[in-house]
Ligand binder design. Sequence first.
Ligand code: SF4
Length: 254
Amino acid sequence: MGGNSFLIETPLPSTNGNGHAPASPTIGGEIVDSQLLGAEVESLNAEEAIAWAMDRFGSDLRFAISFQKTSSVIVDMVSRLASETRLFYVDTGLLFPETYDTRDALAGRYGIEFERFADISLAEQEERRAANLLRPGQDGCCADRKVELMRTALGDVSCWVSGIRRADSPTRANAPKFGWDERFGLWKLNPLADWDEKRIWNYIKEYHVPYNPLHDQGYPSIGCMPCTTVAPSGADERAGRWAGTDRTECGING
Ligand code: SF4
């Protein structure tokens, strides 16, 4: 892909949804045609898309790591491309012990230090929300323990990388590989958007990548302990998240 093939002369619409993003989609200070750029990245495979983003954004790029199976694939790919990359995770304080073990296994295998973003304790959360006492799983908890931290983590970069896939759930079925993220006001790369379950596991097995052992215990998707359960057989990937409620997303990816 040519370095300047997406530059345009006419500014794009200036809204971004949260008021702190650049007025128009830009890369390196140059306005780009986000639709054209998205179409070009769509044609790249996952490794190519990550390599392209690293080249295009440099240190202005951050990888969000959840220590689920897709994160294992992405961490392995990143490790083959560069030694110095910014990978981070949001520590809600309510993650499974197996998730922290996976973090440590990946860190040891690849010599990576994952940046940790953590903020309020449960006690502080209760105090903050005293008028409507919040517990894990209730409205506002994800906003306090995840989304705010994501805003902090992404506050000084122009692009972030997520492990979401179209096969995860109906709400993610149209996720592009690359596009403007209105929610956080920056670019977002989903390099595994078109990967299915089989491809994920084939990759993990082929390269012997450490992965979260909860996947072997019936957890297709893994988040905080109070809000994650084993999913029924045949249910979609996200069925074990906030089971029994209408919620399907925490506010980071949808
Ligand atoms: S997943 Fe559950 S415990 Fe974790 S931040 Fe969201 S509501 Fe709170």
